[in-house]
Design a protein around this ligand. Structure first.
Ligand code: FAQ
Length: 315
C-alpha cells in the first residue's frame, strides 16, 4: 500500500504491522520503527562479523592442509565465508550504516560475533568438525531466516544456506574419511568432537527464559524460531549422523525421549558462554587483534580506491 508523503506515524506504523502480520517483507525504503531498524542492524551485523571472524580458525590450517585436495577445499570454503560476510554487510548498509562503521564497532568491541569462533583449532580434524557441527548449527539457525521479515537479509540467506549445506557435507566427508583411517585419526576426530560439541550448542544463544531479545524479534518476524527450539533441532539432526560416523557425543544425559519424539540432552555451561561473549573466551583477544591488524594494513587500499573513485567522478 502506498501512503501519501504526509501520512502520520500511526498510519505508517499500521502499514508496518500489517506487513509483519501477513509475513511479508519489510524493504529498505519502507517506514519501520527505530527499534526494529536497530534490532535488524544488531543481528545482521553480528552475523556478518561472525562470517568474517569465522575465517580465522579454519584459515589457520590452510598452509598445513594434508593434501592438495584438502587445501583446495578449505581455501574455497574460507573464501565462501568472506563472501557471506560481504553480502551481509551490504544487507546491513541498506539500513543506513556503513561497512566501515560496522567494522569499527567490531574491532572496538561494541558489536559481538558468534561465541564459537573464540575457540582454537588444534588439529586438522577440527576443520571437519567445524564443517559438520558449526556449519550444521549455522544451517539449522539460518534456513528459517530465509523467511525473516527484513527483505535484504532474507534474500542473502538463501544463497548463504546453499553454500553452508555444502560446507557441512565437506566437513562430514572429511571426518568420515578420518574415521576409516588409523586409530590415531579416529582419536583425533573424537577429541575434536569432544571440544566442539558444547560450544556448537551455545551458538543458538542463551536459553529462551534468559534471552532478552527473542520475544520482540519473534513478534517482528526477524527470528522465526526460539533459541531452544533450534538447539533441539540441531541435536535431533546430529545424533543419527554421529552414529553413522561412529563418534560419541560427549553428553551422558543424551537419550531418545519416546514421548516427545525428540532427544533429551544436558545443559551447556552457560557461565562459560557468558565469559566467551563478554570477551574472555580462549581466543577473543587474538581474533580481534588479528582483524584489527588486517583492517589497519588495508588502509592504503581503501585510500587508493577512494582517490581513484574521486578522480573518476571529476573526469
Ligand atoms: N555468540 O537475546 P539473545 C556462521 C548475544 S554462523 C555471541 O538470545 P538474539 C557461519 C546476543 O547477541 C554464526 N553472542 O539474542 C560460519 C545478545 O547480545 P546483545 C553466526 C551471542 O540476537 C560457519 C545476547 O547474547 N550466525 O558464522 C550468541 O535474539 C563456519 C542475548 O541473546 C548468526 O549470527 C552467540 N552464540 O539471538 C562461518 C545467525 N548468542 O547483542 C565460518 C543470526 C546470543 O544484545 C565457519 N543470529 N548472543 O549485546 C541469530 O539468529 C541470533 O542473533 C542469535 C541470538 C540466535 C545468535
Amino acid at each position: 500500500m502506498t501512503l501519501a508523503p504526509e501520512a502520520d506515524e500511526s498510519e505508517l506504523r499500521a502499514v508496518f504491522e500489517a506487513t509483519i502480520e501477513r509475513h511479508d517483507r519489510i524493504e529498505p525504503r519502507d517506514w519501520m520503527p527505530e527499534a526494529y531498524r536497530k534490532t535488524v542492524i544488531r543481528q545482521v551485523a553480528q552475523h556478518a562479523h561472525s562470517e568474517i571472524i569465522g575465517m580465522q580458525p579454519e584459515g589457520n590450517w590452510i598452509t598445513r592442509a594434508p593434501s592438495l585436495r584438502r587445501k583446495a577445499i578449505l581455501l574455497a570454503k574460507v573464501q565462501d565465508e568472506a563472501g557471506h560476510g560481504l553480502y551481509l554487510y551490504s544487507a546491513c548498509e541498506t539500513l543506513g550504516v556503513s561497512r566501515l562503521e560496522l567494522t569499527e564497532m567490531l574491532i572496538n568491541g561494541k558489536q559481538k560475533y558468534s561465541s564459537i569462533f573464540n575457540y582454537p583449532t588444534l588439529s586438522y580434524a577440527d576443520v571437519g568438525t567445524i564443517g559438520w557441527l558449526v556449519d550444521g548449527a549455522a544451517i539449522c539457525n539460518q534456513v528459517p531466516l530465509c523467511r525473516t521479515s527484513y527483505g535484504p537479509y532474507g534474500r542473502s540467506m538463501i544463497r548463504i544456506c546453499k553454500e553452508e549445506s555444502f560446507h557441512q557435507r565437506q566437513g562430514y566427508e572429511l571426518l568420515a574419511t578420518m574415521m576409516r583411517g588409523t586409530d590415531e585419526q579416529r582419536e583425533m576426530v573424537q577429541e575434536s568432537v569432544n571440544r566442539f560439541w558444547w560450544p556448537a550448542l551455545m551458538m543458538f544463544g542463551p536459553p529462551d527464559d534468559d534471552s532478552p531479545n527473542t520475544a520482540q524479534s519473534m513478534a517482528w518476524g526477524i527470528k522465526r524460531n526460539t533459541n531452544d527450539d533450534l538447539r533441539q533441532r540441531m541435536v535431533d539432526m546430529t545424533v543419527p549422523q554421529a552414529k553413522a560416523l561412529g563418534v560419541t557425543l560427549p553428553d551422558p544425559e543424551l537419550r531418545w525421549n519416546e514421548e516427545r519424539q525428540s532427544h533429551d540432552f544436558g545443559s551447556p555451561d552457560w557461565d562459560e558462554f557468558k565469559d566467551v561473549i563478554t570477551g574472555n573466551g580462549p581466543c577473543n583477544t587474538q581474533r580481534i587483534a588479528h582483524r584489527r591488524r588486517a583492517h589497519e594494513d588495508g588502509a592504503w587500499v581503501r585510500e587508493a580506491a577512494m582517490a581513484f573513485a574521486a578522480r573518476g567522478a571529476e573526469a
